[in-house]
Design a binder for this molecule. Structure first.
Ligand code: MLT
Length: 397
């Protein structure tokens, strides 16, 4: 018999959102007459913006012509998209378009990026957070350092007491909705520079930042270009959860070391990895993503985001009316609720499902410090969100 990668045995039985989907499927099977409102996984519900659809159609038509047909694309992504990204999202930050790598979504990048580092690297993870960071490093057998983020510290992580090699920061945070000011983020950049760490900065929700003075990119912080890679996604920014597109920025100045102490460019390793294991995101999808960076695209995506943020406000108010302490939903599409003392988050998941037919996400699924909290998303349709708020008003905790 062949031995498995035994680190997989250290994972929870299933991925958080797969576990939730399994429970919801069972609920729907057993309750065919009830209307389930899904505010669990952060999946968008509005149609794609019209300019994205137009770009997709145009690109599909190109594929039907001898001149327009495209086979394999560049592994790093087409220059037209990398340049549009650079100009729209990173202008003036000293980056170049060959430091941008287009992918089939931030989940793949965030999950894969760790593999170019040694298995002995220690990894700092804010807790609670998007479960892919912990799971992908557990698969590789790495040691995790959890940085608790709870209401007592305003969900703001403290610098680690022992030095990690890799640091994951998700800002705006999934699930807590926390953002950091430039001064707060600078502490992390300075720490990484002083301690020779690399920051994995997940900015999948940057388009949801509404408060003034909050950095959208870590490269707005001086010195970050030497110590940080940044992940972005079109999923929540332009409704691409089904279409799939994202990118990672890997500045040439980010370096790590080989066993003999030689400095190695992280970008060159990522290029090597991607050109071996990835054949690029579909041409038609990259054309669709490019459309999101046009003036028309930005107007349409702003409207989309405004709709989801209005939903988040409705959910916030409904929980507040229940007398609960509510966080998030201001600079992020997630509403993070503190449950009454002693109430287990999976028990609350079941109670809300059975009592109000609403699916949310138990805080414990995002890490140990998420226990005692619960997450709902603003990504439902307006009608579902209003109905969920009404059901919450009737709900007895
Ligand atoms: C979430 O619900 O946390 C996200 O939708 C998960 C994801 O983006 O993969």
């Amino acid at each position: 018999m062949v031995l498995i990668n035994t680190h997989y045995q250290n994972l929870a039985g299933s991925y958080l959102f797969a576990e939730i989907a399994k429970r919801l499927n069972a609920f729907v099977r057993d309750n065919p007459d009830k209307k389930l409102i899904r505010l669990g996984i952060g999946d968008v519900t509005s149609p794609l913006p019209p300019c994205v659809i137009k770009a997709l159609r145009r690109a599909v038509d190109e594929q039907a012509t001898a001149e327009g047909f495209r086979g394999y694309g560049p592994e790093q992504g087409y220059a037209f998209l990398r340049e549009a990204v650079l100009e729209d999202a990173f202008a003036g930050l000293g980056l170049a378009s060959d430091e941008i790598f287009i992918s089939d979504g931030a989940k793949s990048d965030v999950g894969n990026f760790q593999e170019i580092f040694h298995a002995d690297c220690a990894v700092a993870i804010t807790d609670p957070v998007y479960p892919v960071y912990a799971d992908s490093n557990i698969m590789a057998g790495r040691r995790l350092i959890y940085l608790p983020c709870v209401s007592e510290n305003n969900f703001i992580p403290e610098l680690p007491a022992t030095r990690p090699d890799l640091i994951y920061l998700c800002l705006p945070n999934n699930p807590t909705g926390t953002v950091l000011t430039a001064a707060q983020l600078k502490l992390w950049v300075d720490y990484a520079r002083a301690e020779d760490c690399i920051i994995f900065f997940d900015a999948a929700y940057e388009a949801y930042i509404h408060s003034p003075g909050i950095p959208h990119s870590i490269y707005e912080i001086e010195g970050a270009r030497d110590v940080a890679v940044e992940f972005r996604s079109y999923s929540k920014m332009a409704g691409f959860t089904g279409l799939r597109c994202g990118y990672v920025v890997v500045p040439k100045s980010v370096q790590a070391v080989s066993a003999d102490g030689a400095k190695i460019s992280v970008r060159s390793l990522w290029m090597r990895r991607q050109s071996t294991k990835f054949n690029g995101c579909a041409y038609i999808v990259q054309r669709a993503a490019q459309a999101a960076h046009t003036a028309e695209g930005k107007r349409e995506t702003r409207e989309l985001i405004a709709g989801y943020m209005a939903n988040a406000k409705v959910i916030r108010q409904a929980f507040e009316a229940l007398g609960l302490k509510v966080f998030g939903g201001i600079d992020a599409p997630y509403v993070w609720v503190k449950l009454p003392a002693g109430l287990d988050s999976w028990k609350f998941f079941d109670a809300l499902l059975q009592g109000a037919t609403i699916a949310g996400t138990p805080g414990a699924g995002f890490g140990p410090s998420g226990e005692g909290y619960f997450r709902l998303t603003g990504f439902g349709s307006r009608a579902d969100t209003l109905e969920a708020a009404e059901r919450l008003r009737q709900f007895k905790i």
